[in-house]
Design a protein around this ligand. Structure first.
Ligand code: ATP
Ligand code: SKM
Ligand code: MG
Length: 183
């Protein structure tokens, strides 16, 4: 199975995902990093060629990582904009993966992000843009996720622990011990 984190920019997908992968000792991938590695350039530069170009590489990376097991995947905030990604995420839940909606209030997300450089869709009016993005995407985050975690201003490692507890409680899922076996 995989654990896939979805949610608004600034919801903590990358930070919580990294902390969760350390708790579980699972491989971690940040799809934004993966897209940049694959394209050999920054997100801003890929967006300069057109959002479609970014979405296509993002969809390919998502599909590839969903086909691997036992990994934590931090997605980009806009992964749900692409219909085939929504279908792939819902199919992953059908195969036993956890798609987790990290649900952050817009003011908290805004406090965390600076709205520049690697977040092209937020440049030139971060608050207005984020509110409009939230209105459009929240239905999709809810539709794709099979686990909903509200996140607040506590540190990312606290939310990773809360998430771990929910995964153990609600799914047929156990963290590994140091030797790699189940306990
Ligand atoms: N729980 C938290 N409390 C405070 N700050 C946080 C928390 N989680 C993340 N941050 C900080 O907020 C910023 C955004 O977090 P992060 O990059 O993890 O979000 P993201 O959901 O991956 O965003 P994006 O969609 O842009 O990739 C980072 O600077 C991070 O250090
Ligand atoms: O919200 C979005 O559409 C994006 C979020 C980032 O994680 C990046 O994936 C990119 O900047 C697009
Ligand atoms: Mg991120």
């Amino acid at each position: 199975m995989s654990i896939i984190l979805i949610g608004l920019p600034g919801s903590g997908k990358s930070s919580v995902g990294k902390a969760l992968s350390a708790l579980l000792r699972w491989e971690f991938v940040d799809l934004d990093e993966e897209v940049q590695r694959r394209a050999g350039t920054s997100i801003a530069q890929i967006f300069a060629r057109g959002e479609d170009c970014f979405r296509e590489v993002e969809a390919n990376c998502l599909r590839e990582w969903l086909s691997r097991g036992d990994c934590v995947i931090a997605t980009g905030g806009g992964v749900v904009e692409t219909p085939c990604n929504r279908r792939d995420l819902m199919e992953a839940t059908g195969r036993g993966s956890a798609v987790v909606f990290l649900d952050v209030e817009v003011p908290e997300a805004l406090r965390r992000i600076d709205g520049t450089a690697h977040r092209p869709l937020l440049s030139g009016g971060a608050e207005q843009n984020l509110r409009s993005i939230a209105r459009r995407r929240t239905q999709w985050y809810r539709q794709c996720a099979n686990l909903h975690l509200k996140v607040d201003d506590r540190p990312a490692h606290v939310h990773a622990q809360r998430l771990c507890a929910r995964l153990v409680a609600e799914a047929d899922f156990e963290p590994r011990d140091n030797t790699g076996g189940a306990h």
